[in-house]
Ligand binder design. Sequence first.
Ligand code: ADP
Ligand code: MG
Length: 614
Amino acid sequence: MADIIQLLPDHVANQIAAGEVVQRPASVVKELLENAVDAGASNIKLVIKDAGKRLIQVIDDGVGMSQGDATACFNRHATSKISTAQDLFALNTKGFRGEALASIAAIAKVELKTRQQENELGTHVKIEGSKIVSQESCVTNVGTIVSVKNLFYNIPARRNFLKSTNVELRHIIDQFHRVALAHPTIAFSFDNNDSALFNLPEANLKQRIIGVFGAKTKERLVPVHEKTELIEINGFVLKPEFAKKSRGDQYFFVNDRFIKSSYLHHAVLSAYEGLLAEKTNPGYILYLTISPEAIDINIHPTKTEIKFENEQAIYAVIRATVKHSLGQFSIAPVLDFNRDAALDTPYDYRQKTPKNPTIEVDPSFNPFKEEATKTSYGSSYRKPKPANWESLYTGFKQDENLSDAQIESLVFENSEADQPLFEQKTQPAYDNCFQLQAKYIASPIKSGLLLVHQNRAHERILYESFLSNAQTGDGISQQLLFPLELRLSKPDLTLLLTAKDSLDQLGFKISKIGDEAIFFEALPVKVGPTTIEQLIDDLLANLKDFVPSEQNTMHRLMAKAMANNLAIKSGQLLKKDEQKQLIHELFACNEPAFSPSNKVVFKTFSLEDLDKNF
Ligand code: ADP
Ligand code: MG
């Protein structure tokens, strides 16, 4: 048979590559604005029509291009910004791949006018679908004008796929914000359908932020500044009372490049601890300056993630710095570095004769109370049912097959202590518990003794919580700074793929499945990068024998395997508050009596049972 492999023609290859770089009009806006910044412009004008579907034009007064470069720039991998691989580690420009103009020219009608200072005449190039249509000299200002018309004109499917004008415009505005905020000393303007949306003169950081977000922002800003050997942080955080339910006003710039990082977001969030209303996100615009060698932005042409060499240290500096700023501006008067006024000795006390100190003890003080949800087996997995579950404990029988009604009628011993021997404050029933052999949790109940198998109890709790996540798709995931790669055999990967939907719902975000590896960009909050390998192993083992049926769904299988893998084990010592939390959460479950693999979770021993032994 004759050879059948041939190289794709350039315009086809470019069209394919364009899919990577240009998802929507906003991607073109980003690339063109960044090229103008890289060209050293001091004034950049963005003009769009029809949310960029009809026209995207960027006009800059940067260095411009020579006649030769004016066409060369449309070649794939044509760049003036790096020449050796080594340059990648010292990037000071936005672009470096030389892909943007080639990609854009493959899927739109592009016109370029450009002139360098030393030339009297500039160059005018027209290119459509990667083909140069014309090139001639022209009169034009120093700098560059790129006009992109009829985006996706030659790929109707992509064009039809574009969202409404409003949505696309919103994306463009986001991109414009990012570039404008990263470069306050460059003047920007933005016209949409012939009306001015933004006009931002050269400014300092604060003025630029106010220019972008409006005058109301002014009194909301709290300045942030810190410089360490590793990193310099500048910028502003918003006062906690302006935190919003929606995400969106969070900006990190690393060396003037907008980045997204849930890890660093968490650092800021943790600095606001105790200051925010529930489920709100604080706004911030933070600029990090860090040596280019200590970061790697070379991940994906359109991705905004970057890798840091020293992420934990950066986390700590950000957290401390933001916390300090909030404290300094008296937004967080109770923060640790503020001295406690109660410690000040009033002046006239110095003359008084000292009295012996006395100690007052608060018998109801419970040191674990505040921290009750921060247990070592994870923070509250599920909200215990609001019902006062202690009252569920009454009249325990020694019966493994406890019915719901029986469970509901259980009552803890001292919640009904009708004739106390001593004056004592009633304590919640679950206060009365202790761990046996690091395996069981024992607690007195009215009719005798309750013994809970800690491992099975936790399995049950996790199982119900995972199952409900899987069914509702509520699995909360935590973004990883670097995609996590797990090497697996091809058959295992294929098998894992059959469970992709469940994994997704549970909060595993798979970014790529290759030939020999799977990449996760986010994991469920309860799954750490160190436990994932074992967990996937277990999942695979379960998947191999999986026969779906009405009772045996993929969701159940996943929830079961995860619960089994992540539950606290026998032999693990639990703190008092963890024991209490465990019992509490167990009895908030729908089926507390049995583990997901149908084993007994708890037993009760009546007083008679105990008496028999004496
Ligand atoms: P990259 O920015 O990754 O180098 P692009 O495809 O965006 O790749 O641009 C290719 C080259 O064209 C750039 O390296 C630069 O030399 C030149 N160029 C693009 N836009 C401009 C501009 N606005 N002003 C001057 N030169 C430009
Ligand atoms: Mg570029």
